[in-house]
Write a protein that binds this ligand. Structure first.
Ligand SMILES: Cc1cc2nc3c(=O)[nH]c(=O)nc-3n(C[C@H](O)[C@H](O)[C@H](O)COP(=O)(O)OP(=O)(O)OC[C@H]3O[C@@H](n4cnc5c(N)ncnc54)[C@H](O)[C@@H]3O)c2cc1C
Length: 506
């Protein structure tokens, strides 16, 4: 057995090249930080898993310059139909339901394997190599960093030293276990199945078709190609646990969807967990994505939340490594992301528990609320907007963070169109920027210039006011698009700038 030391050590070591690790790699590369990224698998994922990409993710991808490419590989979700006993009960129209709220006012449908390939393509273009068939075995933390023991493709062991380790290694995270971090929560009793099939027969023409019945529910999504569908749902009651096959769920699928299955291309069952790591940071080690939080598929939040973790951590790590901020900034990663993950797990848990319950309440939810009440409610103009705000992750806010100063700070910068462009154009450099909507005082302009932070001034208008922006206030916007300081007091702004944004030596 060969044994080598850290001849190729880099400031950051990323464990795991799923969507979270790949996205973190893109951010670090963009911010000029070198890193190594390893994955135990020999190649990228090949199954679709997460199929929803939300607006907030696309907004962050816009800063990485890859949003348009992502969109070109997917399709905008237009409608969801809900059927019962072979009859369409209602249809939910999606399309541009978030118009006026985001430059990406829709839900992008994009299978996870394709999503990962787009991320990989951009990393490859940047000259980044994923070290495949390389498994993290253990971690040791010391005063000035971390040493990771990994096993390579030829059973060769290596000790890799890094200032920081990012654990993006999924729900069974070795990083998390090596740090002894608890992963509290539980596992839902009911099992789920997911399958790609060929089928005959007619189903509704929605982008997503939900078939609800008192006993269970099933979802069918048309796939590219003739009569191909992804079907997923609850493993029916009475089906024995163990090595399930598609034939075990086929009668329920055919009964619900009225499809005749002619071929099964892929079938898998899985348990759904709801857990959040007790700490997202242990000294120089961080947990991101499924390594830090897992929850039910309600709202398609899982992968998007991991991508948000990556955007949150990357610029903080980069600022610390460049010495341009107070190192305490790293504490805010746990403060911000653990708070959001906990809230998300709790809210998705409430809905999921109801929809999958065998109780009378669950039966009512599936057989009445879903097919009859939801389609009517969705016709009220404020419901789709409310649903978009909630699901798209544009409402994530960090008011309790040490990085948020001023009334309203911590929110994502509200998006607004400004003439032929929009106020997000200025975020494309992934650096701190200052915005003022209305009049900027001379003191503010001087502070911006002394801190080497670009100041963008926008004319005040009804349109700007409607977007929720505050007249003449300073919006000091972080590199991930969240508002760090919001207010009008130059003294307070000056203190904030001194602590968190030391100008970079060029
Ligand atoms: C059947 C199914 C359906 C799903 N549907 C949805 C959905 O509709 N919407 C949604 O948002 N989410 C869904 N998810 C969840 C979504 O797939 C995950 O949230 C997402 O993959 C998390 O990304 P990640 O990068 O954090 O972790 P992962 O995708 O798990 O990637 C972790 C990576 O780390 C690597 N790794 C693990 N251990 C080590 C080690 N010791 N050393 C080196 N590398 C290691 C793995 O090989 C893997 O590549 C679904 C998941 C499944 C299984």
């Amino acid at each position: 057995m060969q044994f080598s030391t850290d001849a190729q050590s880099k400031p950051v070591l990323i464990i795991g090249a799923g969507p979270t690790g790949l996205c973190l790699a893109l951010w670090l590369n963009r911010l000029g930080i070198t890193f190594r990224i390893i994955d135990q698998a020999s190649g990228p994922g090949t199954t679709s898993r997460a199929i929803i990409c939300h607006a907030r993710t696309l907004e962050m991808y816009q800063s990485l310059g890859i949003a348009e490419d992502m969109i070109s590989h997917g399709s905008k979700l237009q409608n969801v139909t809900i059927a019962q006993q072979g009859q369409i009960r209602g249809s939910l129209k999606f399309g541009n339901i978030g118009a006026g709220l985001s430059p990406f006012p829709f839900i992008l449908s994009l299978p996870q394997d394709i999503h990962e390939r787009v991320l990989l393509y951009h990393l490859q273009r940047a000259g980044v190599t994923i070290e495949r068939s390389t498994t993290l075995e253990s971690l040791k933390q010391h005063d000035d960093g971390v040493t990771a023991r990994v096993c390579g493709p030829h059973s060769d062991h290596e000790n890799i030293s890094a200032s920081y380790v990012a654990g993006c290694d999924g729900a069974r995270s070795t990083v998390r276990k090596s740090c002894g971090i608890k992963f509290e929560g539980g596992t839902y009793e009911q099992k789920f199945f997911v399958s790609d099939v060929n089928a005959t027969g007619h189903i509704p023409t929605g982008d997503v078709n939900i078939f609800a019945s008192g006993r269970n529910f099933c979802i069918a999504i048309p796939l590219p190609g003739e009569k191909r569908y992804r079907v997923l749902g609850l493993v029916p009651e009475g089906v024995e646990d163990g090595d399930l096959e598609f034939s075990d769920v086929q009668p329920a699928v055919e009964d619900n969807t009225r499809l005749g299955i002619t071929a099964v291309n892929w079938f898998s069952t899985y348990s759904v967990h709801h857990r959040v790591a007790s700490q997202f940071r242990d000294r120089n080690v961080f947990l991101l994505g499924d390594a830090a939080h897992v929850h039910s598929p309600v709202g398609g939040q899982g992968m998007n939340t991991g991508l948000g973790d990556a955007a949150n951590l990357a610029w903080k790590l980069a600022s610390c490594l460049k010495g341009t901020t107070d190192p305490k900034i790293l504490d805010t990663y746990h403060q911000e992301r653990a708070a959001f993950a906990t809230e998300l797990v709790n809210s998705t848990d409430r809905i999921f528990t109801l929809v999958q319950a065998r109780s009378l309440l669950g039966t009512i939810a599936r057989s009445f609320m879903l097919p009859y009440v939801l389609p009517i409610a969705f016709k009220l103009p404020w419901i789709p907007t409310f649903a978009f705000k909630k699901n798209s992750q544009i409402q994530i806010s960090y008011p309790q963070s040490d990085l948020s100063t001023g009334n309203g700070a911590g929110c994502r910068l509200p998006w607004v169109e400004t003439g032929e462009s929009d106020n997000y154009k200025s975020l494309e450099d992934s650096r701190w920027v200052m915005h003022v909507y209305g009049e900027a005082s001379d003191e503010v302009a001087t502070l911006a210039s002394e801190s080497c932070i670009p100041l963008h001034r926008y004319a005040w208008s009804d349109h700007v006011s409607k977007a929720g922006l505050v007249r003449d206030s300073v919006y000091l916007v972080r590199p991930d698009g969240y508002v760090g300081y919001l207010g009008t007091d130059p003294g307070e702004l000056g203190d904030y700038l001194k602590r968190w944004t030391v100008p970079e030596q060029r």
